[in-house]
Design a protein around this ligand. Structure first.
Ligand code: IPD
Length: 262
């Protein structure tokens, strides 16, 4: 497992260095993806290509699921889950909250995860059963925080219909918690939770490349990660928080029917 983590970290650092070095020249190269607010830069594609090349050079038989290129072929039970830039809009606007996220799944279970936040100089790592780390520091999420005192991170999808519901839900949550944060990167939100910088996170519509690596960082820091009604985390819904706060936030969210899209 440590070989997987080392390789994932080396590759995430290389991609992050490339993105930092090239960002000023290329960030205006915008394509739109699912809606006009979903920007994909040429560097998203370049970052994913670099990551795919490095993985396949080291582990030619493995499968790779990437945000930009989808899932490639492969017979191996090892699958790499890659977000070449999580927080693309921040990246485009020169904000520091964007990350390169790489997870390694074996037999359907994430065993290693790396979230590199180059503009902050922070690299979060986690290995299944071995803890979550930021540099040399072991991470522990905040515990014992009641919902009214919780700082809650969330995010919004790109579709207008979904955003309308997400706006209603967050308006109701806002009156029940300490405050809301919208950082713009699911991966960083979950790593921030692991580091105790926020207490909870929820969102509808995130994808495995957004949460695979950071989800392991969060759970290895002591957090619970799941969906609504005991379901596992999925694009349908994600909640992450220490046990206790997880259930309080879950029970509030359920009353708001947050899985509807209109
Ligand atoms: C997005 C970010 C954002 C979240 C969106 C994601 P992208 O990923 O994680 O925080 O709210 O749901 O799609 O598009 O920047 O890779």
């Amino acid at each position: 497992m440590s070989d997987f983590l080392r390789l994932a970290e080396d590759i995430a650092r290389e991609a992050g260095d490339m993105l930092l070095a090239k960002r000023p020249m290329m960030s205006k190269e915008i394509e739109t993806k699912s809606s006009p607010t979903d920007v994909v830069t040429a560097l998203d594609t370049a970052s994913e290509e670099l990551i795919r090349e490095r993985i396949l050079a080291a582990r030619p038989g493995d499968r790779i699921l990437g945000e930009e290129g989808g899932e490639g072929p492969g017979e191996s039970d090892v699958r790499w889950i890659v977000d070449p830039i999580d927080g693309t809009v921040n990246f485009l606007y020169g904000l520091p909250e964007w990350a390169v996220s790489i997870a390694v799944e074996v037999g359907g279970r994430v065993v290693a995860g790396v979230v590199n936040v180059p503009a902050r100089g922070e690299v979060y790592t986690a290995a299944l059963g071995e803890g979550a780390w930021l540099g040399g520091e072991r991470l522990h999420c905040n515990t014992g925080v009641p919902l009214p005192q919780a700082l809650v991170a969330t995010g919004f999808g790109y579709s207008v219909a979904r955003r309308a519901v997400q706006g209603q839900v967050v308006a109701a949550v806002l009156t029940r918690v300490r405050d809301i944060r919208r950082g713009g990167s699911c991966a960083i939100d979950m790593c921030s939770l692991a580091a105790g910088r926020v207490d909870a996170y929820y969102e509808r519509g995130i994808n495995p490349w957004d949460y695979a690596a950071a989800g392991l960082v969060a759970t290895e820091s002591g957090a619970r990660l799941g969906g609504l009604h005991g379901r596992p985390v999925s694009p349908e819904f994600a909640i992450c928080a220490a046990p206790g706060l997880f259930e309080e936030l879950h029970d509030l969210l359920v009353t708001l029917d947050p899985e509807r899209d209109a």
